[in-house]
Ligand binder design. Structure first.
Ligand code: NI
Length: 256
């Protein structure tokens, strides 16, 4: 049984066919899906979906792209959503220096505010890090961000960084790029980190894995990430599905 630890089912293309999307996921053994927010509206929608469908859980938070929108009023609304029992994490939060859609100071401030929120309510965080490795790990350490557990989502750093994050309490999650030919760095990390820290995700509708690259991504396709990880680690795909599912339950504290 596989858990897709990071999906954006609120996306219009997935939302329009949600029953079919969920049906196809179930058919191939994807048992649970974490629907992750990136701004206030998508966080609200993630919670609604998680209340409606028992295989969906929600994460709520403001993405670094939207860091500028995190006023105290918005933070208050995220806090209220975060208390919902269907919400298993604060995310996605972090830093994105690749696109720099919000000023970096504002990104850091929003990241720290939301780490504090996660501490306050006792839930893990989902971290988005693009071209910001050093600042992310510095803030994570200083704020003890992994105190309640955390996930480095769609990990793109090197092995030393992964080991440092693990030491801070983080799990390392891999998406479609793990299956790409040029993903040597991610493949090395997925091969060498301890198996009790591995997670799989789609980040759908983005990052479609091989051999479906170019098509719309959806939770059912996470099985190709599982297969690739199994190949890399020389383990059976069922074993990877089991391990990553167990790890996901652990970090998100999913009981059923
Ligand atoms: Ni995402």
């Amino acid at each position: 049984m596989i858990i897709d630890t990071h999906a954006h089912l609120q996306d219009k293309k997935l939302r329009e066919n949600l029953e079919n999307v969920l049906g196809r996921a179930k058919e191939v053994g994807v048992e649970k899906i974490i629907c992750v927010g990136y701004d206030l509206a998508s966080s609200q929608e993630a919670v609604l979906l998680a209340r409606k469908y028992k295989q969906i859980y929600a994460a709520v938070g403001i993405h670094p792209h939207d860091a500028q929108t995190l006023t105290s009023e918005v933070l208050g609304k995220i806090r209220n959503l975060a208390k919902d029992p269907r919400v298993v994490a604060i995310g996605e939060i972090g830093l994105d220096y690749y696109r720099d859609l919000s000023p970096r100071d504002k990104q850091k401030e929003a990241f720290i505010e939301q780490i504090k929120l996660a501490h306050e309510i006792g839930k893990p965080i989902i971290v988005h890090d693009r071209d910001a490795n050093q600042d992310v790990i510095d803030i994570a350490k200083k704020q003890r961000a992994g105190k309640n557990g955390g996930i480095m989502h769609c990990f793109s750093g090197n092995l030393p960084l992964a080991m440092e994050a693990i030491k801070e309490g983080f799990y390392i999650s891999f998406a479609g790029p793990l299956t790409y030919k040029n993903a040597k760095k991610a493949q090395e990390v997925a091969t060498k980190i301890p198996q009790n820290r591995l997670l799989v995700e789609t980040d759908c509708p983005y990052l479609t894995p091989e051999p479906l690259r170019g098509k719309l991504n959806e939770p059912a396709h996470v099985r190709f990430v599982v297969q690739k990880m199994a190949e890399l680690r020389n383990q059976h795909p069922d074993e990877i599905a089991y391990l990553t599912g167990r790890n996901a339950r652990e970090v998100y504290r999913i009981k059923d």
